[in-house]
Design a binder for this molecule. Structure first.
Ligand code: FES
Length: 249
């Protein structure tokens, strides 16, 4: 017989008039290889069909099932219950808009991030569909692939001190996105142009260096390294712009 688990789960549906935020306990028996995702499904199927949470892939690919698990942002489908005590809390991610219970709207946040960071290749080259594909050096492709592995789950944003107090902060995922395009030789933006996007307190210079993002990233993306890369480039670009301004004035 497995352990008896008690999940203390945050409940609140803002769409129900008069509903109040509260913690609700659910008990269930743990079985071999159980993930939190499985436990939540069991609760919803057998005890409470009103419990709201998100999932799509169940394989740590889509990023939908991120939540605060015993105080840490993690993916429910990647978290084995055996790694948790027999009683633990489950809460929605902070920073994002609450839809209900454990479900939050990360989509709007990430869409705004793509727009703010202009997350597409900027080039003046005309696209010719008849041309052969342009080859890319393996090393460059691998370097781009690293930040590209982000599944936009929001764990790093939820863990970030700055993002929790400043709603306009791009967060590690935003800086990581910018690093991806800086590394791409097809993107013709200059450092000065990137400076316009991330060379400020809401971007590369807003991080206070606690680096919780890098500690909790479920994909183990080197967020700290990517931030340092963008910061170095932006510090140089900022200095050049300052010097230019100094000469002119
Ligand atoms: S369900 Fe897709 S990451 Fe967990």
């Amino acid at each position: 017989m497995g352990r008896q688990l008690t999940l203390s789960i945050f409940r609140y549906n803002p769409n129900i008039p008069g509903d109040q935020p509260r913690m609700q306990d659910y008990k269930l028996e743990e079985h071999e290889g159980m993930t939190l995702f499985v436990a939540l499904n069991k609760i919803r199927e057998e005890q409470d069909p009103s419990l709201m949470f998100d999932f799509v892939c169940r394989a740590a690919i889509c990023g939908s099932c991120a939540m605060m698990i015993n105080g840490r942002p993690r993916l429910a489908c990647k978290t084995m219950t055996r790694t948790l005590p027999s009683r633990f809390t489950v809460m929605p991610l902070p920073v994002f808009k609450l839809i209900g219970d454990l479900s939050v709207d990360t989509g709007t946040w990430f869409r705004n991030l793509q727009i703010r960071t202009e997350a597409w290749i900027h080039t003046n080259k005309k696209f010719d569909p008849n041309e052969l594909e342009v080859r890319m050096d393996n090393k460059v492709a691998e370097a781009i692939y690293e930040p590209e592995r982000c599944i936009e789950c929001g764990c790093c944003v939820a863990a970030c001190v700055t993002a929790n107090i400043r709603e306009d902060f791009l967060g590690a995922t935003g800086i990581n996105r910018v690093a991806r395009f800086m590394l791409d030789p097809r993107d013709e933006r200059s450092d000065a142009e990137y400076f316009e996007v991330v060379g400020n307190e809401d971007g590369a210079f807003g991080c206070v260096g606690i680096m919780a993002c890098a500690d909790i990233c479920p994909m183990e993306i080197p967020l700290q390294q990517n931030l340092a890369y963008v910061r170095r480039k932006m510090a140089k670009a900022g200095l050049k712009l300052d010097l230019k301004g100094f000469k002119v004035s």
